[in-house]
Design a protein around this ligand. Sequence first.
Ligand code: PLP
Length: 487
Amino acid sequence: MEKGLKPMDAEQLRENAHKMVDFIADYYKNIESFPVLSQVEPGYLNKILPDSAPTHPESLQNVLDDIQEKILPGVTHWQSPDYFAYFPSNSSTAGFLGEMLSAGINIVGFSWVTSPAATELEVIVLDWFGKMLKLPEDFLSQGKGGGVIQGTASEAVLVVLLAARDKVLRRVGKNSLEKLVVYASDQTHSSLQKGCRIAGIYPENCRLLETDSSTNFALSPDVLSEAISKDIAAGLVPIFLCATVGTTSSTAADPLPALGKIAKGNEMWFHIDAAYAGSACVCPEYRHYIDGVEEADSFNMNAHKWFLTNFDCSLLWVKDRNDLIQSLSTNPEYLKNKASEGNMVVDYKDWQIPLGRRFRSLKLWMVLRLYGLENLQNYIRNHIELAKHFEHLVAVDKRFEIIVPRTFSLVCFRLCPQHDDQDRCNKLNRDLLEAVNATGKIFISHTVLSGKYILRFVVGTPLTEEKHVNAAWKVLQDEATTLFGRF
Ligand code: PLP
């Protein structure tokens, strides 16, 4: 061993990175041989790894052997074609290459000057994407708006909530925090509640308005209006409405045009969370789900969910970037520079919570360039067709029922024994979920809607084909038969 560490030797990088790429390519070749949901017990790794870090270097091969034997058994394979749980979190060759390049050059692009290309590419790619979604021009960078890549939808909703809070506090006085009210449906992702906690919104002022099957679990404009009127009458100040297109439980789409009008009429910030379903809206036939985005102040979707861009890459557009900047900018001496002082550039540190940020636009740029819009649209369409196919399979088996009409690539369904009570039915479905996931052959997840325990089947991984959907249905049917036998 040569004396002295050489942590970045170009030739060593070349050799080892080739080995790592081979390892990953083999992983993808064999991905169907693993149980989709990891079957290890809690604490399994502690038992098989040493209890302190090595003093001397080990070979890459030793580490790769440990990954194969010790780490992969504890991995749940999100990229498996037999993964149908939660929402997808896509990887792709293009996304991976972009991620690799970003890790390779490893800049920290908080201000324009720290890597001009990182900021400028992000502005351009977000404008491209905004145009693909046919967002109103106000959201693009030429005017007062613009896009930014956040880590997650949770960070996106938090930063716009902070901007909305501060905008209102500037108007009504900074001692009014306790009066500020935030509205959303009870189907809204829990990240909004977390955001409210962080933003100091009083918990009793978070209105998660009830939905039910009469609106397919979308927020009713009448229910919203009534809640706002009540709050105003009580001396409270409505500040923020979060609507969702593609709710987490059942992909409900809130009626944006009507909700947006109410929000605007009450001088509230209107945010749209399209974390999962936003990807579908690049297809002209699904774009109507975001009609009404003209009324919004901010719009968010996760390219890292269903758009072939490796985690993390959450796209946020705002109509007025100054709202974000007024809440989030800091200007310490040690970061001052000519370009920023001259107001000539975007400094993304002022649009987000952390200071440091990765060169994430590279991977989205690679995805857009290496695949092209037409292929990306067909990718989404194919998943929706496969979900329709699954829906049909469920519908013809009389032991099952579809719970809400399918909108995108999620099917919500459950076993429904005739003349049975809700508790027993819920237990039966919980048992079915456990049995199915314990096979390791597929992984699905669940939710509860109006007291009903429901199984969620989402088509959305890049490797999923019709044969995987058919095989998954067979697993579900077989496990249902076994359970019914015992029921
Ligand atoms: N919003 C919706 C509708 C979601 O489905 C999810 C996660 O699945 C989120 C927000 C949170 O996403 P993130 O993990 O990017 O914060």
